[in-house]
Design a protein around this ligand. Structure first.
Ligand code: HEM
Length: 195
């Protein structure tokens, strides 16, 4: 049986979804913290909550698209590294997906069970339905679960970035560059300029 070789780089769609979702998750972490601890007035806080919830649902759609894209496209070959590094990288990546989804579902539960029901208006376009009825005890647990899973995502993102930088700077392999958008080299641009 002959199998085709794994590609040298990630598929362009996987790359685009990875950086878009990563940027939005970092944005939501910072924006969520500012929204809670920034001490804004009621009107600004209301707008920040609506923005936070809307971008949270964008991340939900992007995460679903990322999982589908990962299943649809073949991954590049695993970089040669020790067994513990491979296990750690796989654990961090799987936990990032799981905890991102957990943070989103807990956030959805927070707004659904809130004793002060406020509709979630997706970028002021339409209302996203609640997934549970108001319930004080569930609201308190979901609020805690949302904060814990969101800050756990922050910790995992830090580990994930540290791993990517170690590959680039210490191991000097292509694990980081094969997840970057393809660029023409400066040499080929100079060549084009001459012609
Ligand atoms: C990956 C996606 C998300 C991230 C990283 C994230 C992150 C955060 C962070 C860091 C906070 C501040 C927590 C604190 O310091 O107490 C927060 C608060 C909050 N988030 Fe999210 N969030 C996400 C998605 C969502 C979604 C989808 C919803 C709702 C549909 C949501 C609803 C809320 C609410 C209601 C609060 C305020 C909770 C409170 O009153 O203490 N979040 N979020």
């Amino acid at each position: 049986m002959t199998g085709s070789l794994p590609p040298a780089r990630w598929n362009g769609l996987v790359i685009a979804l990875h950086w878009l979702a990563g940027a939005l998750i970092l944005f939501l972490l910072a924006q969520g913290w500012i929204m809670i601890h920034g001490g804004f007035g009621a009107a600004t806080t209301f707008d920040l909550y609506q923005l936070h919830k809307s971008f949270g649902f964008v991340v939900l759609a992007l995460t679903a698209a990322r999982l589908l894209a990962r299943a649809a496209f073949t991954a590049p070959a695993a970089a040669p590294k020790s067994a513990w590094e491979q296990r750690l990288a796989a654990f961090v990546q799987a936990s990032l997906y799981a905890l991102t989804l957990a943070a989103i579902l807990a956030g959805w539960l927070v707004v659904s069970t809130s004793p002060l029901p406020i509709p979630t208006r997706f970028f002021d376009l339409f209302v996203i339905p609640n997934i549970a009825a108001p319930d004080g005890a569930l609201f308190a647990s979901a609020t805690l679960a949302h904060a814990l899973s969101a800050y756990a995502v922050a910790g995992l993102v830090a580990l994930h970035i540290a791993g990517a930088l170690k590959h680039h700077v210490v191991d000097r392999d292509d694990v980081l560059t094969r997840m970057l958008p393809r660029r023409s080299s400066p040499f080929s641009l100079r060549e084009k300029g001459r012609g």
